[in-house]
Ligand binder design. Structure first.
Ligand SMILES: O=C[C@H](O)COP(=O)(O)O
Length: 262
């Protein structure tokens, strides 16, 4: 059964990473909104995760034009405020009405040394301020080659959700992103992605309950494009995509969002 058949609304989120200034952000969101005008947002949820500096512009556009595109941030501080130079807090993101925040993206883990413990603190900070975390997990190439990809990813899920109550866990979004497939053009086979996403759902059932596991949306991320999204979205435990590079091309992102039209 696909996500929709299970009652989980697919979430297509564009992670812009460190791309597009606030003026480019406005043009990009306007183009997306125009192209998505007749989209049934009840059937597919659309979100963009721009850099922090774009959030106010995106908020103004979304509010002003009553767009149904949601937005969020790419990171959140574990702290609510204070002497943390360069950090952006949950209260700041909540004030900007962010719906989502990506937490523990592999680029944060790799370049900024984020541990499961810190990721867990950020997940809790997001919930504390009413923002839904998109918890990113996934293995590096060496881990997959050693055959430890499932265990590695499940450990990240468990670490990221540590001590999180079921009422919060049931709304978390988990993005499975094999690191070796990010920005490389090497897409993880849909069946391989499904194997890990099914294991993630199994872990959620073990940590919480089958009911919680059935509610959580699990995205796949890593070189998603219009040419492979249909096969990815046909997998039983994949409920959306976290799209990097392809989300910067409005036409391509729209084709991904409208995967059902293919
Ligand atoms: O957050 C998005 C992922 O890192 C995937 O990026 P990508 O679509 O450029 O491979």
């Amino acid at each position: 059964m696909t996500a929709a058949e299970k009652g989980r609304t697919p979430l297509m989120a564009g992670n812009w990473k460190m791309n597009l200034n606030h003026l480019e952000a406005i043009a990009h969101v306007q183009k997306l909104a125009f192209a998505l005008a007749d989209t049934d947002y009840e059937a597919v949820e659309v979100a963009v995760l721009p850099p922090f500096t774009d959030l106010r512009s995106v908020q103004t556009l979304v509010d002003g034009d009553k767009l149904k595109i949601r937005y969020g941030a790419q990171d959140i501080s574990a702290h609510d405020g204070g002497a943390y130079t360069g950090e952006i807090s949950g209260p700041m993101l909540a004030k900007l009405k962010c719906t989502y925040v990506a937490v523990g993206h592999s680029e944060r883990r790799q370049y900024h040394g984020e541990t499961d413990e810190l990721v867990n603190a950020k997940v809790k900070s997001a919930y504390k301020h009413g923002i839904t975390p998109i918890l990113c997990v996934g293995e590096e190439l060496a881990v997959r080659e050693a055959g430890n990809h499932v265990a590695h990813t499940l450990a990240q899920v468990e670490g990221g959700l540590k001590d999180l109550p079921a009422e919060q866990a049931e709304s978390v979004v988990i993005a499975y992103e094999p690191v070796w497939a990010i920005g490389t053009g090497k897409v993880c086979g849909a069946g391989e992605a499904q194997e890990v996403c099914a294991a993630i759902r199994g872990k959620l059932a073990e940590l919480y309950s089958q009911d919680v596991a059935d509610q959580v949306r699990i995205q796949y991320g890593g070189s998603v494009k219009s040419g492979n999204v249909v096969e990815i979205m046909a997998q039983a435990d994949i409920d959306g995509a976290l799209v990097g590079g392809a989300s910067l091309d409005a036409d391509e992102f729209v084709k991904i969002i409208r995967f059902r039209d293919q």
